[in-house]
Design a protein around this ligand. Structure first.
Ligand code: PEP
Length: 257
C-alpha cells in the first residue's frame, strides 16, 4: 500500500513570524514521522531556513515551491537546487499551474528543472492539470499526457523513485471548486496508466499521485479514500493549522498504525 502524502503549498503567503508559528504548531502536533502518512510544508524561499528549523526533528518535511534548472552562476534572482538542499529541503514543487500560466514555464523547462532537482538530491512534486476550457472541450487526458510526456522527458525509472505526481485541475485551484471524487479518481487512474505505459507497471503502482485543488478538511477524506489518490497538495487550507491538521488527520485515519 502506498504511503499517503499531504503537502502544504504556502505560495507567496506568510511572513517570518506567522510562517514559523504555523510550522511550529504543526511540528508540535506531528512530533514524529508517521509510517502511513508523510507530511511536508513548502514555504516561500526567504523562510525556508527558519521554517526548516521549526520542523527539524519532527514528522514534517521541508519543500520549496520552485527551483532553477541552472547550476550556480550568473542568474540574477534565481534559486539553485544546491541552495535548497543546503537549507534543508527534501522536496521541490515543479510545474505548478501558476508557474506555467503566469511565468510561462513550458513542459520543456519543467523537465530540465526536474532533472536538475533529482540530480541535486531533491524529491519532486510534479504538478499537471487541465484548464476549465480544456476539460469542457474533452481534452483533459490529452493535456495530461502532453504535460507528463514533456515534463518527464529524459527522466528514467530510477529518477522516478523520487517523483510524486500532483494532479491539480487548474479550474479547482483556489476557486473553492473541487473535482468530484469520480473526476479525481478517473484522472488519477489515467495518470497511473500513463506511467505504466511510459515506464512499467511496478513503477506505476509505486508512484504516488496527489490531488490538489481546493482540498479542505470537509472533502479531504473522501478524495484520499479513492484507490488512486495517494494524498493531497494543499494551497489555501495549508495556511491555517486548524484547516491543515484535520487534512493530515484524515490521511492518518486512512492509514492506521
Ligand atoms: C495549489 O496551489 O497547489 C492548490 C491546490 O491550491 P488550493 O488548495 O488553494 O486550491
Amino acid at each position: 500500500m502506498r504511503r499517503l502524502f499531504v503537502a502544504g503549498n504556502w505560495k507567496m503567503n506568510t511572513l517570518a513570524k506567522s510562517g514559523v508559528a504555523l510550522a511550529s504548531g504543526l511540528a508540535a502536533e506531528l512530533p514524529a514521522s508517521h509510517p502511513g502518512v508523510q507530511v511536508a510544508v513548502c514555504p516561500p524561499f526567504p523562510y525556508l531556513s527558519a521554517v526548516g528549523q521549526a520542523v527539524a526533528g519532527s514528522g514534517v518535511e521541508l519543500g520549496a515551491q520552485n527551483a532553477s534548472q541552472e547550476k550556480p552562476g550568473a542568474f540574477t534572482g534565481e534559486i539553485g537546487v544546491d541552495m535548497l538542499v543546503d537549507v534543508g529541503c527534501q522536496w521541490v514543487i515543479l510545474g505548478h499551474s501558476e508557474r506555467r500560466a503566469i511565468y510561462g514555464e513550458t513542459d520543456e523547462l519543467i523537465s530540465k528543472k526536474t532533472a536538475a532537482a533529482l540530480a541535486g538530491g531533491l524529491s519532486v512534486m510534479l504538478c499537471v492539470g487541465e484548464s476549465r476550457t480544456e476539460r469542457e472541450g474533452g481534452q483533459t487526458e490529452i493535456v495530461l499526457d502532453r504535460q507528463m510526456a514533456g515534463s518527464l522527458s529524459g527522466i528514467d525509472a530510477e529518477g522516478m523513485k523520487r517523483v510524486v505526481i500532483a494532479y491539480e485541475p487548474v479550474w479547482a485551484i483556489g476557486t473553492g471548486l473541487t473535482a468530484t471524487t469520480e473526476q479525481a479518481e478517473c484522472a488519477h487512474r489515467h495518470l497511473r496508466n500513463w506511467l505504466s505505459t511510459r515506464y512499467n507497471s511496478p513503477l506505476a503502482e509505486a508512484t504516488r499521485i496527489l490531488y490538489g485543488g481546493s482540498v479542505k478538511p470537509q472533502n479531504a477524506r473522501s478524495l484520499m479514500e479513492q484507490p488512486n489518490v495517494d494524498g493531497a497538495l494543499v494551497g489555501g487550507a495549508s495556511l491555517k493549522l486548524e484547516d491543515f491538521l484535520p487534512i493530515v488527520r484524515a490521511a492518518q485515519s486512512l492509514r492506521p498504525v
